[in-house]
Unconditional design. Structure first.
Length: 387
């Protein structure tokens, strides 16, 4: 999206939240309980709605659980209701509340729309809080695998590095001078367990900013056994390990992966085994969108819906994949594609940048990228190894 009224792009939507209403979560199941944890940066959750009589007998995260019938005895529109159920299960609850006078996009939201679009605006205009859904940090571009379809473009990177931990500390300080809460922060690579200063970085985050982060992840391909002290640090600072399971294409690492899992389990570390059937191929060396007009590139970037940003050298990059491509020298670094946290003019400008606004309305990478899942038809088998 292209800036037209910098610092005020969300004023109209935000005006709905200027007098902040408390949130009632419809659904006290897994999605609802995850949502209340995401919202802990503000005292904004009033209660739960759930039609399970057993759940109504108890509090959920200290909040009352009531039936929809009891909830409807209250004046319509007194709260914002977020329906935290699967797409299939939320149909009738949404209809119940519409009939009762709640208006979708104003005081009624399904959880996907709320989390992916409205929550940062609600937090900023209603509670004066700058909330980011996610922030990525790439600690190293060195890796012990040679994945052809690597989305960090490491096979193309001929200057792979272990980045200085002091740079990340300074960048985190710059970030949290402005940002009140990050739902997901992820340390990635390359292979993070090769990074010699990972423990120091985790301890710094834990000491200074862990209360400002809901979920802290680190990733690994499972082939590097973490040290005892690193495991202790991961456990102590409530870090979840995302372990990418490439056993189908890298069978030689199966035994190493099993040993890594055993060690992480020994330390009672939360593990998220990530095994997927396919990757997208961003194809930066073969994609040519130079024929697109400026307006078409803006529409291309907006349609991409790529959700991840990257923190590096006191800058936030609007797209992590664009930043990976810059490191691999596949595209040129562009001031349009990043924002310097040391010189931003306003918190509203930073909010808008995080939600996709730039001066040009697109990124340099858009000319060389096949896009994220919403528009990308290039699928490849995960972790196929090159020479």
């Amino acid at each position: 999206m292209k800036w037209q009224n910098k610092g005020h792009e969300f004023d109209l939507v935000g005006s709905r939240f200027v007098n902040p209403k408390k949130i009632v979560i419809y659904g006290a199941g897994d999605l609802g309980t995850k949502l209340v944890q995401t919202l802990r940066f503000a005292d904004c959750v009033e209660s739960f709605i759930d039609n399970d009589p057993e759940k109504q007998k108890n509090l959920c995260f200290g909040k009352k659980v009531e039936s929809v019938i009891d909830f409807m005895k209250k004046p319509a529109g007194e709260f914002i209701v977020v329906v935290a159920m699967s797409a299939k299960d939320r149909v009738w609850p949404m209809q119940q509340l519409r009939v009762f006078g709640y208006r979708e996009g104003e005081n009624l939201f399904d959880i996907d729309a709320f989390l992916n679009y409205y929550l940062p605006i609600y937090a900023f205009y209603g509670w004066n809080k700058l909330y980011f859904h996610s922030v990525g940090i790439t600690v190293t571009t060195k890796c012990n695998l040679r994945c052809k379809g690597c989305l960090a473009f490491i096979p193309h990177n001929h200057n792979r590095k272990m980045y200085d931990v002091e740079m990340f500390k300074e960048s985190l300080d710059s970030l949290f001078q402005h940002v009140d809460y990050v739902d997901i922060m992820q340390l990635s690579g390359g292979e993070t367990f090769l990074y010699p200063q990972q423990e120091e970085l985790i301890e710094y985050i834990g000491k200074n900013y862990r209360d400002k982060i809901n979920v802290l992840y680190t990733t690994t391909n499972g082939s590097i056994l973490p040290s005892d002290s690193l495991c202790e640090s991961i456990k102590r600072n409530c870090v979840t390990v995302i372990l990418d399971d490439y056993s189908d294409t890298v069978p030689q690492n199966i035994d190493k992966m099993k040993k890594t899992i055993e060690k992480l389990e020994q330390y009672q570390i939360n593990i998220d085994i990530n095994k997927v059937d396919e990757w997208i191929d961003l194809a930066p060396t073969t994609t040519d969108n130079s024929h697109l007009t400026e307006e078409e590139l803006v529409n291309y970037y907006t349609s991409c819906c790529q959700p991840f940003i990257e923190l590096f050298e006191n800058n936030l990059y609007s797209c992590n994949y664009a930043q990976y491509a810059m490191r691999a020298e596949l595209v040129e670094d562009s001031e349009n594609d990043r924002i310097d946290l040391r010189t931003i003019s306003s918190a509203s400008e930073l909010l808008e940048f995080r939600m996709g606004y730039t001066e040009k309305g697109c990124l340099e990478m858009c000319k060389h990228c096949s896009g994220y899942w919403a528009i990308n038809k290039n699928k490849v088998k995960p972790a196929v190894q090159g020479e």
